[in-house]
Design a binder for this molecule. Structure first.
Ligand code: DAH
Length: 344
């Protein structure tokens, strides 16, 4: 057997032995045996200078190849072994890993709570566009152009001028009331609808203002709905939402689309009406706006104001969510910090 053949045989032997090795110690023994100072390879390499020139080059090359191949194989075997020992034996008594569960955002929860109280009273849930026309957001709601009452509904306009003056400019709706008009335009009374949705106003962000928030609008129209029905429905709604002992108060107010109009307050739950920081020492918390639908709104949708009557209301969802959860900063709803959301 030539030296080269012997080296080939050595490589085959070493690879076979490596394939059987099961521990780091065994791998080390094999390294010493095949690559160590006293290995056959080391011996052969030592004899190189004494070999004839042609043979020296061939044997040297074979020797180096053997060394490189074995070192690479040893390194791979060590890695596999390390990965295997890192893998813990299976402990079947360990509890399963918890799968994180999602839940509804507090704003969505509040919208659902509000809707679920009106649905049993026969109200149907309807939605409308967030990108709205001036006609629906203002004109048809008895808010004339250049009338000062428009200022209380500061608005993001999307168009500077409109191709159709009758419909007005496109805007981001500043309240959900335009959906009243859209529904009445399409349908005949009797109607009972509740409208959840997002609204936009160019308000600077602070603890009680956001340029985007949610409202729920309500509308009931037939030939006999009265202010007493309005009071009854809203009083029942607020007592169901905030607790059966909740006191409500209807305070005269002005909205262009209702006449008469009112704001509804509930007695502050934190102080029982005596006055505290939550209610700004007033003892009452303003909850929603409401009133009897203005005859001009009926006219705008083609209803005969002498034949129909109805009530409408609108409430801010975040405000109700803040009261229900004791939250003092509206911005928390939109920062999506899970540490906050997990508590709701
Ligand atoms: N649209 C009013 C607002 O955004 C809220 C409102 C008040 C709605 C009275 C109504 C209503 O339908 O009758 O402030």
């Amino acid at each position: 057997m030539t030296v080269a053949q012997e080296l080939d045989q050595l490589l085959a032997e070493a690879l076979a032995a490596l394939a059987q090795a099961r521990s780091a110690a065994e791998l080390e023994q094999l390294r010493v045996r095949f690559l160590g100072r006293k290995s056959r390879l080391a011996e052969v390499m030592k004899t190189l200078p004494a070999l004839p020139a042609e043979e020296r080059a061939a044997v040297g090359k074979r020797g180096n190849q053997l060394k490189a191949a074995l070192e690479a194989r040893l390194a791979a075997a060590r890695e596999t072994l390390a990965a295997d020992t890192a893998r813990e034996p299976l402990d079947v008594t360990l509890p399963g890993a918890a799968i994180p569960q999602g839940w509804l955002h507090p704003v969505t929860q509040t919208i659902e709570a509000v809707l679920s109280l009106f649905i049993p009273m026969g109200f149907e849930v309807v939605e409308g566009p967030e990108l709205e026309l001036e006609r629906y957001n203002f004109d048809a709601l008895n808010i004339p152009r250049d009338h000062p009452s428009r200022e209380s509904f500061d608005t993001f306009f999307v168009e500077a001028s409109s191709p159709e003056p009758k419909k007005g400019r496109l805007l981001l709706r500043s309240h959900t009331s335009p959906v009243q008009v859209r529904v009445m335009e399409r349908r005949k009374p009797p109607l009972r609808i509740v409208v959840p949705g997002v609204v936009y106003r160019p308000d600077p962000l602070d603890p009680s203002h956001s340029f985007m928030f949610h409202q729920v609008e309500g509308l009931m129209v037939d030939d006999r709905t009265s202010f007493a029905d309005l009071k009854g429905a809203l009083d029942l709604f607020l007592k169901t939402l905030f607790g059966p002992r909740t006191k409500t108060r209807f305070r005269p107010h002005f909205f262009p689309f209702t006449e008469p109009s009112a704001e509804v307050d509930i007695a502050c739950a934190s102080c029982g009406g005596r006055g505290c920081p939550t209610c700004g020492k007033k003892g009452w918390l303003e909850i929603m706006g409401c009133g009897m639908v203005h005859p001009n709104v009926f006219k705008a949708v083609g209803y005969d104001p002498r034949a129909v009557q109805g009530f409408a209301f609108g409430l801010g969802v975040e405000r109700i969510a803040m009261l229900r959860h004791g939250i003092t900063d509206i911005r928390l709803f939109f920062e999506n910090d899970l540490r906050f959301l997990e508590q709701c």
